[in-house]
Design a protein around this ligand. Structure first.
Ligand SMILES: [Fe+2]
Ligand SMILES: [Fe+2]
Length: 263
């Protein structure tokens, strides 16, 4: 089976390029499962229920997030009210946030062709807020998950922590895909026990920017240390993702391919 994962969608330029390409990508690659990271989908900071619904209408099966998940206040009630069978239940926040935080960090579903799958969202702790241990959280959740096809979005800053998670889960999940740093890495591979891996899938948004934000605003922050606005940039918009081919019986990956599309 084929899984398509799209990296951090950034603002309206990111959403637009997803709209433009996703149907073609899904059809030509016979994609069975589509997962999109949406932590920056609303103006670069957070995501709204309306944007989640829009991406579900475009065919997303599960939406993952990260540290920016709480930036738009309306997402809290949406995640808190997510009952079984609701589309909100298919929007994940990292599983290793404290249990009182709204929402869920994992989802188990069934593809249209009848393959059970799970998606797990975790957040790193190196150079990020200190949540529960992502490694032990993965252990705990994997004990409960029955599906063989398991995709992990590991939202983390440090390359070392992401590589470590890849090896920790090698042979136990279908894919460990890094998000958060917004720059795609060139280490796309299948690890020795059959887990597809990439340290960072890269952002889906404007690359004429500093990781999505207008570059003049970021430079001003670095040059003056003064607070200021951060707006989503608009130029050189690209879609970044990975296509994973896996065996639905075992959940092990056979291949992972990087995708970068322009407008
Ligand atoms: Fe992000
Ligand atoms: Fe992030």
């Amino acid at each position: 089976m084929q899984i398509l994962f799209i990296g951090d969608v950034f603002g309206s330029p990111g959403r637009k390029i997803v709209r433009e390409h996703v149907h073609h990508l899904v059809e030509t690659n016979h994609v069975d499962l589509l997962v999109i990271n949406v932590e920056n989908a609303a103006g670069g900071f957070g995501v709204t229920p309306a944007i989640c619904e829009e991406l579900f209408e475009l065919g997303a099966d599960v939406l993952t997030t990260g540290n920016h998940v709480w930036d738009k206040k309306e997402i809290n009630d949406y995640l808190a009210s997510a009952g079984n069978g609701s589309s909100a239940r298919r929007v994940l926040r990292p599983a290793n946030y404290p249990s009182k935080a709204p929402g869920h960090g994992d989802y188990e579903g069934m593809t249209r062709s009848g393959v059970a799958y799970a998606v797990l969202n975790l957040q790193g702790r190196v150079f990020m807020i200190h949540n529960d241990c992502p490694f032990r959280t993965a252990d705990r959740l994997l004990e409960q998950i029955k599906a063989k096809v398991i995709l992990v979005d590991f939202h983390a800053e440090a390359t070392s922590e992401k590589v470590a998670m890849g090896w920790y889960l090698d042979g136990r999940v279908t894919a460990v895909l890094g998000t958060h740093t917004h720059v795609p890495t060139a280490d796309t591979r299948v690890l020795t026990k059959g887990t597809a891996y990439q340290t960072d899938v890269g952002m889906t948004g404007p690359y004429d920017s500093v990781i999505g934000v207008e570059k003049e605003q970021v430079l001003a922050r670095f040059l003056t240390s003064m607070p200021g606005r951060f707006d989503a940039a608009r130029g050189d918009v690209r879609l970044n993702g990975v296509l994973i081919h896996c065996d639905p019986q075992t959940g092990r990956a056979n291949a992972i391919e990087r995708i970068m599309l322009g407008q």
